[in-house]
Design a protein around this ligand. Sequence first.
Ligand code: ADP
Ligand code: MG
Length: 705
Amino acid sequence: MRAANRARKPTKRAAAAPGGGGAQTALRAKLARVGIRRDFDFVLHLPLRYEDETRIVPIPEARPGSAVQIEGEVLDCKIVFRPRRQLVARVGDESGVLTLRFFSFYPSQHRTLVAGARLRAFGEVRFAQQGLEMIHPRFHALHGEEPLPAALTPIYPTTSGLPQATLRRLIGEALGRTDLEETLPLAVREAIGLSNLTGFAAAVTALHTPPPDADERALALGTHPAWRRIKFDELLAQQLSMRRHYRERKAKRARPLAPGGTLVRELLSQLPFRLTRAQIRVWSEIGADLARAHPMHRLLQGDVGSGKTVVAALACLRAVESGVQAAVMAPTEILAEQHVRKFRDWLSRLGISVAWLTGAQSRKEREAALESVANGTAPIVVGTHALFQEHVVFDALALAVVDEQHRFGVMQRLALRGKGERRLKGSNAGGVEPHLLMMSATPIPRTLSMSYYADLDVSVIDEMPPGRRPVVTKLVADTRRQEVMRRIRAACGAGHQAYWVCPLIEESDALQLKTALETHAALAGDFPELGVGLVHGRMSAVEKAEVMSAFAAGELQLLVATTVIEVGVDIANATLMVIEHAERFGLAQLHQLRGRIGRGAAESVCILLYQNPLGEAARRRLQAIYESTDGFEIARQDLLARGPGEYLGSRQSGAPLLRFADTERDQDLLAAARQAAELMLAEFPREAQQHLDRWLGGRSEFLKA
Ligand code: ADP
Ligand code: MG
């Protein structure tokens, strides 16, 4: 460990332990398990905490509950069998006696603990019947004078079969041969107002080998200047990588979709409403991007019901005006079908046909759709991810819209990009990509969009269409079901419609299905006067579509549903939603579900049925959803409760998650890192590259999604 301070070894050899090839492979596998593959990974394998072996504590001063080091002589040592087999040694120093107790031990340990041997032991002290003792302390025999370590002993994250001592040795060796050159130019530090930021080498050394007088509290809390430097560097790597992709994209080509056509104007004049100010603003941002000769990658955020679909339609018309194609991808059949209906409703009057492509079609229909997409007679096509499968060939795809983008994985987003313009293939083809408009009603808190989405441009619809009344949310204990039934009767009696959302049963699809079927049967029995429908994930796409259109047409008044209706479903006449076992749903999910109502002018009510007793986390979720209807506030709460890893899910971000920094807690560093990244890419490309190699190594290609 202290090797960090040792002179550098001249040779660069592979980071591995001595021993045969087999042992080396095994060691490598274990190291890989804790994320160590190269020398620099050792450097960045930072301690979880420290133990203080720089001091010897006299036995009488060892406080029970604290971990200390003692030094003394073995007075006696024996194996006893009561209550179970154990090795018990008594150690004394000038002022006291302490027992070392081992329930499992090696013969070699037994041999070391002979009476008269001098040793140092480190462990947590506890108070037992016979006085002070340590259970399974770390110890070693002393032969002559042995200086105390000059630094605190780091305890590293590890895995089974990889002892701390081995890790410490390997990390020490790696530190000795690794170049800890500074990658953050002084000019950059000064420009971003962080000229007092600790140097990289100093930070690494301080964390692996903190001096005995280090501020242990700051080290533990991660507020120590050394930690701040590491966090900054991690955020900087993330920003560099994202911003570099951003720049690379700006260097790629796309077909510019010129403004000024008549179709957009015509749609706007035919809509039964006027765009909100927010819609107008985001549309002008998107419109400006589309007119450029570089691919747009824009994320359109807007709370549920804020009116993103019409903006997407306007963007599609831009493509049509330019004589090329647009595709709209939705995550579920239900949503795709709904988009088709809406698009056709809006666009048929303009003489534009909208093709659609999903699993719900007959083979013949699908073949016809594929044909029209390939020969360009369908200027707009709407579908599920079926759209971006291998065999789907576009004539001239210039714009891809991905609705509810968080539902799609990185791979699907990558597949999109390969579907450029066939028409341009040949002489003029190389690297023309479609513009990409991603839409999401799962708002991404500002700190997250600054970090994980830094490679995108973001537009936000921060205003609801006029006349909406916020949904009234009620928390109702399961025991008051009758009251809920009365409400359903009242709402449907008044000509409105209602959803009944079945409990989420994550462990078992089959059980979830059973519950849905039973709920449907029970409610159909309770409400013989109503048309009660059922939609769930096990139904075929055709069946789902049939039920949804019956509900949309008002033939069904009460719809029993699983979370298949979670996103996008837009039926303005539905004013009541009951969510059963609401305590099982996540915050984002509840917000999405609730967003299915409150879409018309009538007051809507969302009833969250819950079952007591409520756990602490569930109680907090229900409270948050009860208190707020603002998607951004709810997202913030959700992020705080779950942390970015779970909030984003690796599949949707595609970005390596942060190990050290926290976008919420370290907001100041994040802002500084963003600034530094821009500056470095512009003026210090060599250092930027070095920094990226250091932090991302082989992982940077994964970011290109
Ligand atoms: P989301 O952003 O959740 O996808 P939608 O695009 O489905 O929302 O819009 C919700 C509803 O609001 C739709 O019925 C849509 O036609 C309607 N809408 C959209 N924009 C406006 C507006 N400016 N004024 C009134 N209604 C609007
Ligand atoms: Mg939508």
